[in-house]
Design a protein. Structure first.
Length: 154
């Protein structure tokens, strides 16, 4: 069964997202959640919302978010319990982030990298899986503890 991946971008990542969708769609079950048209005035949190909803509801297993730098999308995505987003512009982090940290959203900067690196990063991210190693699970439990602790004290 193909991995279900959702992808979205604001205007800063619009072109890269469209190119990436075309390059990935035959190998993975990719759902393009927008933007569907270029809008210089759109806001990245709106697209983050679509991707995180798809993942937390189980419609998709992984997400790829593209904004201008990848930073805003990464910050917004990590606000959501159960989302582990990483901004990766090197392939080591793109696979190690999944293997050790169970990263489920890859953030990319459409104004920072080109399509060939974006494809290599997406492939590294999508072809990796969590190690299930005891030390990695322990660290993730501690990440979860931080999440719970701060939610409780709000
Ligand atoms: C949009 O101009 C830009 O600020 C946004 O795409 C992103 O880079 C934010 O981190």
């Amino acid at each position: 069964m193909k991995l279900r991946v959702c992808i979205a971008a604001d205007h800063g990542g619009f072109d890269l997202k469209n190119e990436l969708y075309v390059r990935l769609k035959n190998k993975y079950e990719v759902v393009d959640l927008g933007a569907s048209a270029f809008d210089d005035n759109d806001d990245y949190p709106d697209f983050v919302m679509l991707v995180v909803r798809a993942i937390t509801s189980g419609q998709a297993e992984r997400g790829i978010l593209v904004c201008g730098s990848g930073v805003g999308a990464c910050i917004a995505a990590n606000k959501v319990p159960g989302i582990r987003a990483g901004l990766c512009h090197d392939t080591y982090s793109a696979h190690q982030g999944v293997e050790h940290d169970n990263m489920n959203v890859l953030c990319l900067g459409g104004r920072v990298i080109g399509i060939e690196l974006a494809v290599a990063l997406a492939e590294a991210f999508l072809s990796s899986s969590f190690s299930e190693g005891e030390r990695h699970r322990r660290r993730l439990q501690k990440v979860l503890f931080i999440e719970k602790e701060f939610r409780r004290n709000e």
